[in-house]
Design a protein around this ligand. Sequence first.
Ligand SMILES: Cc1ncc(C[n+]2csc(CCOP(=O)(O)OP(=O)(O)O)c2C)c(N)n1
Length: 337
Amino acid sequence: MRALTIRLPQVPDFAPLDAYDHDLLREIYRRMVLIRQFELKVNELFLQGVMPGTIHLSLGQEASAVGACLALEAGDVITLTHRGHGQALAKGVSADSLMAELFGKVTGCCRGKGGSLHVGDMSVGALPAIAIVGASSPIAAGMAFAFKRGETGQVALNFFGEGTANKGDWHEALNLAAIWKLPVIFLCENNLYGVSTHVTEVMAIDYVAERASAYGMPGSTIYGNDPIAVHEAVKSAADQARAGGGPALIECLTYRRGGHKRDDPGAYRPQEEVQAWLRTDPIPAYRERLLADSRFSLSAIEAIDAAVASTIDASVEFALASAAPTTESAWEHVYAD
Ligand SMILES: Cc1ncc(C[n+]2csc(CCOP(=O)(O)OP(=O)(O)O)c2C)c(N)n1
């Protein structure tokens, strides 16, 4: 058995922001803060015993979800993971419908029948999550196959964790996507742990992206706490996929700030590793970069924080005031149309 090797963050020099559009930079910040505040509120509601179910938070992983989704076109589709609140919000699922879903209400994005593990909304291109690890990769490849056959010009993006990359269905999906040159991006959020298992204990190579060459597709490993780096990588992979160049594998190195799920304090993680990664929180780092850009003032950034806080408060009120699904509705939407 391989031993755990501590892996500390390697923070690169950040690119200056002046080449980027003001509205894009602003939206990247707003969506990262939206995810952060949404999940902090969800955690608080759980601790108060107000919210049912279980949750897997993505606190600390906001940059990869937002950088990736904002690099896609509105008509492109993502598949979400069991840790999918951030991916959903990043693709445009509303905070109201996501919060209502977590409360099991009929106004939720899956009519209250999915809960935290199965969030999504196809009207914004977010396929409701499948909690079976690995199952969404062949589905993303299948959607990309349909896009290619229909010549729709759309791209599918498959979010998954590094633990998932050791499953057979994941490998099959990459192989099919490569031989058929499907317009799909496999985006790994490598947060170092599959539940309590460190990546270095279960992979004999250093990085997931090294596997790309075995399938004949480009692979890259990037610092996933920089939303701009993620945006660049996904934009270029999407352009290539749309032009018929086939799939790509992008590995975003990141870290979850908490445990695997809400009842996990994450005590298996070495403190040296935890503390080093906690210091690389993507949101304060990006906020500092915005403040160094003359187009952004402190008051403008604080106004975004305040507007997001109101959105989150309103989403809780909306969810609490919404009705539960009726018993009869259990028979609805069992089969796809
Ligand atoms: C087929 C399958 N096996 C096991 C599980 C239980 N499980 C849920 S999440 C998880 C770890 C997944 O790790 P990773 O892919 O790295 O994603 P992360 O949780 O780190 O975001 C496991 C084993 C599952 N949901 N599905």
